[in-house]
Design a protein around this ligand. Structure first.
Ligand code: ADP
Ligand code: DP6
Ligand code: CO
Length: 333
């Protein structure tokens, strides 16, 4: 019996991924850039056995018809395919997956990123695949696009590429940053990122412009990181986040991820800036807002924004590690 446990953290994009050029391989329409967090970890154990694939998510054994189980099963098929290519005797094995998210699930705080990065790491170890960082990023991408960035330490650029081989994330140097998470609502969103992206591509009249401006934003962001220009990093981040929500809002029927409380946080961040505290806001596909700042300003900003959080507290986050194995047990039963 073979099993492995891995941990991975969510990542929050400063330049966002929103749209697929290839749905099956999860090749994005544009590149993106993110910071991997140092909290809200996912811990995942994969145990090979003869029974059917099974998923226990946050302490609940999910039915095999559940969409999360099916998504994990499809991902395990990809892992088994790699094992078969390498002639490994694990290639036919089923897997019991047990996973716990310390952060909110399906609420726009990147649970699919930490979830599939941890699963890619744990499953590749359990099935006996020995993947380097690039190949692990490519594998994680097949589970959830944003997961390819959670394989990477600290700051990551996802090169869009145009094939399975050329679409992966790698580390990029950036000035030291803090993020302040303001969780205004931790419940699951109504429209998953996957469905929202599909609707945007199919019905938003601004989609073409979104693709071209995202490439421009990424180029500018990479320059701002090389220059360690915090102000420019912040400005690009906030403008780009608003553009993503604009292209999403323009769907028919409309999709809206931001809540009134989310806008209150954007306003409060603008007010902080007007008072000389440099902070910039972003939000993924959900109502929760993440603010970026210089590390030395983070506690003060968290103090000012806690009132908007559902539990009264904003959380300071720092750059964290990429996906890693925390325990591997290859002992035969
Ligand atoms: P989020 O904003 O949290 O990333 P998504 O809509 O992108 O939301 O993805 C949420 C889905 O990701 C869940 O419904 C589930 O299918 C999957 N997911 C979340 N956490 C895990 C996990 N730990 N392991 C496997 N799959 C997960
Ligand atoms: C708004 O990676 O969750 O968080 O590839 O369909 O699983 P799938 O989508 P997902 O989308 C993330 C969207 C985003 C922006 C980002 O993280 O770059
Ligand atoms: Co996601």
């Amino acid at each position: 019996m073979t099993q492995a446990t891995a941990r991975a953290y969510p990542n929050i994009a400063l330049v966002k991924y929103w749209g697929k050029a290839d749905e099956a391989l999860i090749i994005p329409v544009a590149g993106s850039m993110s910071m991997t967090l140092d909290d809200y970890a996912t811990t995942t154990t994969v145990r090979l056995d003869d029974a059917a694939d099974a998923l226990n998510l946050n302490g609940t054994e999910l039915d095999h018809t559940d969409s999360a189980t099916q998504r994990v099963g499809a991902f395990l098929d990809i892992v088994r395919g790699l094992a078969q290519e390498r002639g490994l005797d694990t290639a036919a094995a089923h897997a019991q997956v047990t996973t716990v998210n310390e952060g909110p699930t399906a609420a726009g705080m990147a649970s699919s990123a930490s979830g599939f990065a941890a699963l890619a790491q744990a499953a590749s170890a359990a099935y006996g695949l020995d993947l380097d960082t690039r190949d692990l990023s490519r594998l994680a991408r097949r589970g959830s696009g944003s997961a390819c960035r959670s394989v990477i330490n600290r700051f990551a650029v996802w090169h869009a590429g145009d094939s399975d081989e050329t679409s992966y994330a790698e580390e990029i140097a950036a000035p030291d940053l803090a993020m302040i998470a303001v969780t205004v609502a931790s419940g699951a969103k109504k429209v998953s990122s996957r469905a929202g992206m599909r609707a945007t591509a199919a019905t938003s009249p601004f989609y073409r412009a979104w693709i071209t401006t995202t490439e421009e934003s990424l180029n500018e962001m990479v320059r701002a990181c090389a220059d360690a220009d915090f102000t420019r990093i912040g400005e690009i981040t906030e403008a780009h986040a608003m553009r993503m929500h604009a292209v999403i809002n323009a769907c028919e029927p409309p999709i809206r991820y931001l809540a009134p409380a989310s806008y209150q946080v954007f306003d409060a961040v603008a007010e902080l800036r007007a008072n000389g505290v440099e902070a910039y806001a972003t939000a993924d596909a959900g109502p929760n807002v993440v603010v970026i700042s210089r590390p030395e300003d983070a506690e003060q900003i968290a103090g000012a924004l806690g009132q908007y959080a559902e539990n009264g507290e904003a959380k300071v986050l720092r750059p964290g590690p990429g996906a890693h194995v925390v325990n591997a047990d290859d002992a035969a039963d």
